[in-house]
Design a protein around this ligand. Structure first.
Ligand SMILES: Nc1nc2c(ncn2[C@@H]2O[C@H](COP(=O)(O)OP(=O)(O)OP(=O)(O)O)[C@@H](O)[C@H]2O)c(=O)[nH]1
Length: 769
């Protein structure tokens, strides 16, 4: 075993399970067992107090987002190294990075779970979430963005904006997150600054504010010129092993390359004009004091204006570098502290009702075999302390937190308290799941609810505590499913436990039991997602499971409007239950209602029905929505009107629900069924010479080409294609293009199948084909 492999192995063994009673203990154990690695607390962190509670204005809760392989993990590793938290540079290609700590991540070289990493840079506390780039894990990104105050978007400078960046960017916009862009991989021969800037403008519809000009290109890329200070930052690396910690900072002067001087001069003027256009305060300063000489604008004034522009999301600062070649990462860290907001510069509407009381959001749950569930919390107000009880508003439950930790990727430092603005890791919370709001007590919830009600702007909707709950993460419906079986019945209980734990960690994983076969069904976001879950059950829970063939999660809807009635007359024991229901179902536009189903009552019934009867009727309708009449898939795009309900005395609520369900099934059958299939939007980037093979293959998959664009020597193919046709696509694409293509896949919509395809599917499902 090589030295590096041995180190990685020792980190895998020890890394996840070290829990230390305090800082000193932690240092000792880490230095005993881990050779590479953590100086752990860098020298400039003087006391535990400083580690725990930095001034809120010095905190940056930051996410790194990008397309797969743009270099997020490599960039994070460099940040940890330069800030002193690691002693050697990790390398994704060698599989020994800090943030990709799950075994599968190391083997596959991709980031699956967001790992929170805390480190300090120039007296700022940075809580950084490394988010995955693969589309199967979009929910991980969403979960991270929910609790972030700012983000760094990392791009491959030779590719510009790629598909997944677009998705994540939109997610960041939804949460109004200010961003900084980092054009990585400037060392690649095809790296292109102006192309990348243009693609940020065109594809992200963002306003790039260029802060640096690269010096040299391709393998001669040596550094950048900072347009604010007119200084050259040059990394004169002596060998491939040079870590880039030391770099030269030199003011530009007339001895520099005239072409560079000209480019920098023009770019600086353009920057000042652009910022003046976006920020009135800066424009005024410029006109009043520097109208004759832009060059005399103090860099600090320019920096302050760029900060205001970034926070107002009127523009995004753009920096460049090469993380792998150890160039440009330190200025990126400076930009994070200079331009991205601190927690108190972000507006969190609901938090004001808690005043100084604790209010936190659980945004991630990990399962540790020894310590049980570890819950990541973003604290919005108040203070979190270990050994105290906390109240979970969503579950209306109170539970005790035993320990409080600061997350350093797979290493955790135990701390005595944590204040607003921070990200904490808690041990002992067994009921909390991703998306829950945590406060100090039930009484605090009542006080916050009172404040919310007294607030004239507060709308009361969705129940008592709805407006004092921080909104959680929207979980998209899974599109793939398959059966999962333990090796023997004796292992069934262990498998159920493993699946329960995994579901708490990952809300996009759904598990259900097929009512007919009794088999356990695993539902996920994609082939890779299900494969990873399968793998984790084997590795982390020691259960060798068998997966059935992967199947597509279809939906059903109806074609016509139908009215029908049904009567249930049943005697159970001594009791006779009689109920008659009359209802109508009609199709509604599946896109307009976001795929959901509606239920309404006639005006007369609204006034007449007792609440418990209404609830029983609604339960009956909802249960029939779960299983359509054609193939048993959930239905969508249906509106149900309850026209009449007659109940004889003594009839139970369960019988009312049963009658409604039966009547619904009859109505749905009469209305004529239509299968809806998930259609994906596909983006393939491929060399021109392989384009025709990709198009030919796509035609056989019922794909529809929307556009073909050019990107350098490559073609970018945009298409929609039914998910059912995409099984094993990565292998086929690799074969037809000899490995010269990449693709991304994302759910576009559920669409009606044509009658011929639907017939084939129905026959296949009935075992007739
Ligand atoms: N040439 C070059 N390659 C780089 C650079 N940064 C990263 N890479 C390489 O790009 C590949 C992907 O890097 P990662 O850091 O794993 O990218 P990522 O965005 O974290 O990938 P996922 O976690 O899979 O989404 C690896 O082979 C890196 O060595 C760079 O600056 N220049």
């Amino acid at each position: 075993m090589s030295g590096r492999a041995l180190q990685t192995f020792s980190r895998m063994i020890w890394g996840r399970y070290l829990l230390t009673a305090g800082l000193q203990g932690c240092r000792c154990r880490l230095s005993c067992h881990l050779k590479r690695h953590y100086s752990f607390l860098p020298d400039d962190v003087k006391s535990l107090r400083a580690v725990v509670n930095p001034d809120i204005s010095k905190i940056r809760n930051i996410g790194i987002m990008a397309h797969i392989d743009a270099g997020k993990t490599t960039t994070t590793e460099r940040m940890l190294y330069y800030s002193g938290y690691t002693r050697a540079l990790g390398d994704v290609d060698d599989g020994d990075t800090v943030t990709d700590f799950m075994a599968q991540e190391r083997e596959r070289g991709i980031t699956i779970q967001s790992a929170a990493v805390t480190f300090d840079w120039k007296s700022h506390r940075i809580n950084l979430i490394d988010t995955p780039g693969h589309v199967d894990f979009t929910l991980e990104v969403e979960r991270a963005l929910r609790v972030l105050d700012g983000a760094v978007a990392v791009f491959d400078a030779s590719a510009g904006v790629e598909a997944q960046t677009l998705t994540v960017w939109r997610q960041a916009e939804k949460h109004h997150i200010p961003c900084v862009c980092f054009l990585n991989k400037m060392d690649k021969p095809a790296a292109n600054l102006s192309f990348s800037i243009e693609s940020i403008k065109q594809k992200l519809k963002a306003n790039p504010v260029l802060l640096q000009i690269p010096v040299g290109s391709g393998k001669n890329f040596t550094g950048v010129v900072d347009l604010l200070t007119n200084q050259k930052l040059i990394w004169k690396l002596k060998s491939m092993r040079d870590d880039g910690r030391v770099f030269e900072i030199k003011a530009l002067d007339q001895s520099d390359d005239p072409e560079l001087l000209q480019v920098v001069g023009e770019a600086r003027t353009a920057l000042i004009e652009q910022v003046a256009d976006l920020d009135d305060e800066f424009a005024e300063l410029l006109l009043t004091n520097f109208s004759d000489n832009f060059d005399a604008v103090p860099s600090i004034k320019l920096q302050e204006a760029i900060r205001r522009v970034t926070l107002a999301r009127k523009g995004v600062p753009v920096l460049c570098g090469s993380s792998l070649r150890n160039k440009g990462v330190q200025p990126l860290l400076d930009a994070i502290t200079a331009y991205l907001p601190s927690p108190n510069e972000r507006h969190h509407d609901l938090v004001r009702w808690y005043k100084d009381d604790l209010c936190a959001l659980a945004f991630k749950v990990l399962h540790d075999k020894q310590r049980g569930p570890l819950v990541f919390l973003r604290i919005y107000s108040g203070t979190l302390k270990p050994q105290t009880a906390i109240h979970n508003i969503n579950r209306n439950s109170t539970e005790r937190m035993s320990r409080l930790l600061v997350p350093f990727a797979d290493q955790h430092v135990e701390i005595p308290s944590m204040t607003a603005g921070n990200i904490a890791l808690t041990v002992g919370l067994k009921q909390t799941v991703t998306g829950d709001t945590i406060i100090s007590s039930k009484a605090a919830a009542a006080a916050a609810a009172r404040r919310a009600q007294n607030d004239s702007g507060a709308e009361k909707k969705g129940g008592e505590h709805a407006n004092i709950i921080l909104s959680g993460v929207e979980v998209p419906d899974p599109v793939f499913f398959c059966t999962i079986e333990p090796p023997s019945m004796a292992k069934q209980a262990d498998l159920e436990n493993a699946l329960n734990c995994l579901q708490r960690e990952d809300p996009s994983l759904k598990v259900r039991v097929d009512p007919d076969s009794g088999q356990t069904i695993l539902c996920g976001m994609g082939e890779l997602h299900i494969e990873i879950i399968h793998d984790r059950i084997r590795r982390e829970y020691g259960i060798e499971t068998h997966l059935g063939p992967l199947q597509v999660a279809y939906r059903e809807t109806i074609l016509n409007e139908v009215s029908t009635t049904d009567t249930l007359d049943r005697t159970v024991g001594e009791r006779r239950h009689v109920v008659t229901v009359e209802l109508a179902v009609r199709p509604v536009d599946i896109t307009s209602v976001g795929g959901s189903c509606e239920i309404t009552f006639t005006e007369k019934l609204e006034g007449q029905l007792l609440p418990e009867v209404k609830e029983a009727v609604e339960n009956g309708v909802h249960s029939s929505y779960l299983q359509g009449p054609l193939l048993g898939y959930p239905v969508q795009g249906i509106s149900t009107l309850i026209q009449d309900v007659t109940i004889e005395p003594g009839t139970s609520a369960a019988m009312v629900s049963a009658c409604v369900s039966r009547c619904m099934l009859k109505a749905l059958r009469l209305a004529g069924g239509q299968v809806l299939e998930p259609v994906m939007s596909l983006e393939v980037t491929v060399g021109e010479e392989h384009l025709s093979s990709v198009l030919g293959d796509l035609a056989q998959r019922r794909g529809t080409v929307r556009d073909i664009q050019s990107r350098h020597d490559n073609k970018v193919l945009l298409a929609t294609v039914p998910l059912a046709e995409m099984m094993g696509y990565s292998t086929i694409l690799r074969t037809v293009t000899s490995g010269n293509a990449t693709f991304s896949l994302e759910l576009d919509a559920y669409e009606a199948m044509n009658p011929q395809e639907q017939n084939t599917l129905l026959k296949r499902m009935a075992g007739l084909l």
